[in-house]
Design a protein around this ligand. Structure first.
Ligand code: NAP
Length: 244
């Protein structure tokens, strides 16, 4: 099965590191014109050095007005990957208002806002489109010290459902991927400890964490015409974790 994105225009958020960076590069390799959005300019510089066709946009997506301004002239987009996210781990009794607000601003509010900007353009042009929200197994399972993170991803899954319902009539498909642990910079904070990692791996039927490539391939599949009638799903990329 061959998937190509020639002639498609894609926007990936959180494209500076980890899953987002690999997704942006894979889409560019697949023929898409890619806009990469993240907040650290040095990451964008190295990304463009690696793939000169990528259009960089530097903005803190937690800032609604700055995002509106930064994406004003981004042009028509066919494919959106809402990947930017943060994980602030804290025991439930110690969570602060600032941690709560930042997490929801990045993981939920920014995804809603960027999708609004992109989907309004699709609707105005009468163009079909595909949106993938990068959620987590944590949307559907409780983890210690993950109260806010789990809540943001649970909210993102419900956002995916309602977006699928409301945007489907415009032929805009909205789905999510829900990975298990992938040892990116984000996950190293929570899962580098071998004892903790072993506990998690023992709950994954396939006995291992996911690789960045596993998540990227599922994102590409959901963006592609191979899933032309798939709308509103939350696709686990978890080796069977959520099946247990
Ligand atoms: P990562 O390596 O930390 O990369 C996250 C990217 O998002 C970075 O480029 C980061 O930029 C960017 N970002 C964060 N906050 C931003 C903001 N306010 N504005 C603009 N860009 C921002 O994380 P990852 O592991 O690839 O995670 C990507 C997505 O997968 C997240 O939504 C995460 O929740 C989800 N996920 C990850 C795992 C895992 O185990 N890794 C599992 C399930 C789901 P800076 O570095 O400059 O902040």
């Amino acid at each position: 099965m061959e998937i190509t994105f020639t002639g498609k225009r894609a926007l990936v958020t959180g494209a500076g590191k980890g899953i987002g960076r690999a997704t942006a590069l894979a889409l560019a390799r697949g023929g898409a014109d890619v806009t990469a959005v993240t907040r650290t300019q040095a990451d964008l510089d190295s990304l463009v050095q690696e793939c000169p066709s990528i259009q960089p946009v530097c903005v803190d997506l937690a800032d609604w007005d700055a995002t509106e301004h930064a994406l004003k002239n981004v042009g028509p987009i066919d494919l959106l990957v809402n990947n930017a996210g943060c994980a602030m781990l804290e025991s439930f009794l110690e969570i602060t208002e600032a941690q709560f607000d930042k997490s929801f601003n990045v993981n939920v509010k920014a995804a809603l806002h960027v999708a609004q900007i992109v989907a309004r353009g699709m609707k105005a042009r009468g163009s079909p489109g595909a949106i993938v929200n990068v959620s987590s197994q944590a949307a559907q399972c409780a983890f210690k010290d993950h109260a806010v993170y789990c809540a943001t991803k649970g909210a993102l899954d419900m956002l995916t459902s309602v977006m699928a319902l409301e945007l489907g009539p415009y032929q805009i498909r909205v789905n999510s991927v829900n990975p298990t642990v992938v040892l990116t910079d984000m996950a190293k904070i929570g899962w580098s400890d071998p004892v903790k990692a072993k506990g998690m791996i023992s709950r994954i039927p396939m006995g291992k964490f996911a690789e960045v490539e596993d998540v990227v391939n599922s994102i590409l599949f959901l963006l592609s015409d191979k899933t032309a009638m798939t709308n509103g799903v939350t696709l686990p990329v978890d080796g069977g974790f959520l099946a247990c």
